[in-house]
Design a protein around this ligand. Structure first.
Ligand code: MLT
Ligand code: MN
Ligand code: ZN
Length: 303
């Protein structure tokens, strides 16, 4: 299977429109060895023509324009997007649906909780009923599997994760299983597996098992430290409060990734405040030494 990183940044992208933090300032002024990034999403295919999107970012228009394999090829209207799976109902993962309104009905796979949010707090499904319409497909949240018509040779195992529902969700302060999910994406014929979870607040036993079983993990790379936005004077929110496990420190993502064996380990959904965006930083060197990659837009993984 091929995995294409359409976007690798967290909400806001990099640089963020109104942000003058150390990273955003330097990338704008060509003073940093790093890459600008759009908001997080990946696409998966086994035939290079029919793609399953995981999340639809507000930057989807630019992401599709940068990716010829998914562009129209036949007839007056066409796309390589065959279906969409949503990991949560966050703005950075769902507003791109509005940009796809000119097309055919959208086949959208998500949990009942995510559907709940997208028909209430952020009623994008209701809005789209006046344009392309949505065919909603409920997914399991207990780790069992499903397949997607049109996406050959791929099986998805989806499981509930501990992270956070967005601020507009009716379940923001009343967490439910399915507010966030992680997936194992398996190519049926080869048995190769990728674990994808751009929002991961806690490493529960079933998450650890999924990471150990996978040949490639693509996980939450939002923050380096828990208090990153606090110390930079950007927000009072801490990483763990908003459902993201930081990379550094005891029990952090680097330590976790050190226990899952040899495989490709890739951080995705990087916040613009994170020092790992600077490829000359000590933090980036720490990741490299630990065998951990930082996803960038356009990265393709052949598994
Ligand atoms: C998150 O995952 O916490 C989001 O990126 C926040 C946002 O989009 O505002
Ligand atoms: Mn996000
Ligand atoms: Zn910034």
């Amino acid at each position: 299977m091929k995995i294409r990183v359409l976007g690798s940044a967290a909400g806001g992208g990099f640089p963020q429109w109104n942000c003058n933090c150390h990273n955003c300032h330097r990338i704008r002024h060509q003073q940093m060895n790093g890459k600008a990034r759009t908001q997080s999403s990946i696409a998966v295919s086994t035939d290079n023509r029919n793609w399953l999107l995981f999340n639809t970012s507000p930057d989807i228009r630019a992401q599709l324009e940068a990716f010829p394999a998914i562009q129209p090829q036949e007839g007056i209207r066409d796309t390589g997007i065959k279906a969409i799976m949503l990991m949560d109902s966050q703005i950075d993962h769902t507003t791109g649906l509005l940009m796809l309104r000119e097309g055919k009905p959208l086949d959208i796979y998500c949990s009942d909780m995510v559907k709940d949010d997208l028909t209430s707090g952020f009623p994008v499904f209701n809005m789209l009923s006046h344009y392309c319409t949505v065919n909603h497909h409920a997914i399991p949240i207990d780790g069992s599997s499903f397949t997607v018509p049109g996406i050959d040779d791929i099986r998805i195992y989806s499981q509930a994760l501990k992270s956070k529902a967005p601020p507009y969700s009716p379940h923001r302060y009343d967490p439910h299983d399915g507010d966030n999910v992680g997936v194992i994406i398996e190519q049926i014929s080869t048995g190769k597996k990728a674990f994808y979870s751009p929002g991961l607040g806690e490493i529960e036993p079933h998450v650890m098992a999924a990471m150990q079983a996978a040949d490639c993990v693509m996980v939450d790379g939002t923050f380096w430290t828990d208090d990153e936005m606090v110390t930079q004077g950007i927000s009072h929110k801490r990483a763990r409060d908003i459902g993201h496990l930081p990379q550094s420190g005891e029990g952090g993502m680097i330590e976790v990734l050190g226990t899952i064996g040899e495989k490709r380990k890739i951080l995705i959904h990087i916040n613009n405040t994170n020092p790992i965006l600077d490829e000359d930083s000590a933090e980036y060197a720490t990741l490299t030494a630990a065998g951990i990659e930082v996803a960038y837009d356009g990265l393709e993984i052949d598994l």
